[in-house]
Design a binder for this molecule. Structure first.
Ligand SMILES: Nc1ncnc2c1ncn2[C@@H]1O[C@H](COP(=O)(O)OP(=O)(O)OP(=O)(O)O)[C@@H](O)[C@H]1O
Ligand SMILES: [Mg+2]
Length: 337
């Protein structure tokens, strides 16, 4: 890779008890780019991510061998101070891990631990990072109310603000949008896209379309082995290895043929469900319907209703300020209750 390396992993192996779950991984993760880790469930994505900031140490019975260099320093060297290391790396998990305190206190939690006491400075940090995480306008009038009252999507943006407030160099994300509704997920994606020019971002994702939208580089793991890695285009469009090809083909990442299009703008629920359902009835198994909707309830509810009917939602994507495109693949038969 031509760009500067931020994190270098060398011969990293991880064992849980007797079982080896990562096998001699060596990889350079570029500075100030977004790198996505993809691969089937159980292949070791979370383990690899957690090895990068030594959160893995907190698990019982885990053994790590090999090296991880961050800014040239081996983080598994016994001399390394783990708190300092973790400060460099913000972590976003699948479910937002907010602290049971106010919105304000969540953001200043890290800076307080690191000795910031000045109220003006703390106020400034709260405003700054809530703005960066896109939450400020929604919460500026209730900074001292409990963070638990926020929606899940807002909580995830608060976690992002809290992570950024300790001024990390790296943002690690373990499927941070997978538990969110499409609109909240899109907000987090937008944030990550903006942040990647200033931070090194490493993102575990199950969603190859998300990897395609966000990532500069992709790492493909399979059964604890690094199969291949490289620029996103190359890995998703032109993978070298059959294992990668099979995984990518199975996840429908290739350009889809749209078999039918339906404009459902200004159509409310449940009319839009009914129209989408009717359109899918006219398609054959495996064909793809594209619908366009323009209000938030529909963005969340229409895909849910179509999944309930047994179809597969392939993509939900914002196409401009108001409109969203939803791709649904027709599935015959069985209802999924
Ligand atoms: N604490 C643990 N103790 C024992 N085995 C574990 C532990 N955590 C993970 N594993 C095993 O290690 C392997 C890799 O797990 P990991 O969570 O890294 O996979 P993953 O790729 O993130 O999967 P998913 O996509 O389902 O999140 C799996 O076989 C898992 O069962
Ligand atoms: Mg995982």
């Amino acid at each position: 890779m031509e760009c500067k390396t931020h994190i270098s992993v060398r011969d990293l192996s991880v064992f849980y008890g007797g079982a080896q779950v990562l096998n001699n991984i060596s990889i350079d993760i570029p500075d100030k780019k977004l790198t996505a880790i993809i691969g089937p469930s159980g292949c070791g994505k979370t383990t690899l991510l957690k090895s990068l900031n030594r959160i893995i140490d907190l698990q019982d019975g885990v053994r790590v061998s090999g090296q991880v260099f961050v800014d040239g320093e081996d983080i598994y060297d016994p001399k390394v101070e783990v708190t300092h290391l973790r400060k460099k790396m913000g972590l976003l998990l699948q479910r937002p891990q907010i602290l049971p305190m106010s919105i304000y206190e969540n953001v200043v939690y890290g800076p307080r631990i690191h000795g910031v006491r000045n109220k003006k400075k703390l106020d400034g940090l709260v405003q700054c990072y809530l703005k960066v995480s896109g939450l400020w306008n929604e919460v500026k009038d209730r900074l001292h109310s409990p963070a638990t009252r926020l929606s899940i999507g807002q909580q995830q943006r608060l976690c992002l603000a809290r992570g950024l407030a300790v001024e990390p160099e790296v943002i690690l994300g373990d499927e941070p949008t997978s538990a969110l509704d499409p609109i909240s997920a899109e907000r987090i994606e937008q944030r990550l896209l903006e942040l990647k020019s200033q931070y090194t971002v490493v993102l575990v994702t199950h969603n190859l379309r998300q990897a395609k939208r966000l990532a500069d580089y992709v790492i493909f793991l399979y059964l604890g082995n690094l199969i291949e890695h490289g620029p996103t285009e190359q890995i998703l469009k032109n993978p070298k290895y059959v294992k990668t090809q099979n995984y990518i083909n199975g996840e429908f990442i290739e350009e889809l043929t749209i078999d039918k299009e339906l404009n459902l703008k200004a159509t409310v629920c449940p009319d839009n469900f009914a129209k989408a359902k009717l359109a899918l009835e006219e398609l054959k198994h495996g064909q793809v319907l594209k619908i366009v909707v323009d209000y938030e309830v529909a963005v969340n509810e229409v895909p849910k209703a179509m999944e309930f009917e047994g179809h597969k939602v392939l993509e939900i994507k914002r196409i401009n300020q108001k409109d969203w495109e939803i791709l649904i693949q027709k599935r015959n038969g069985v209802y999924t209750i």
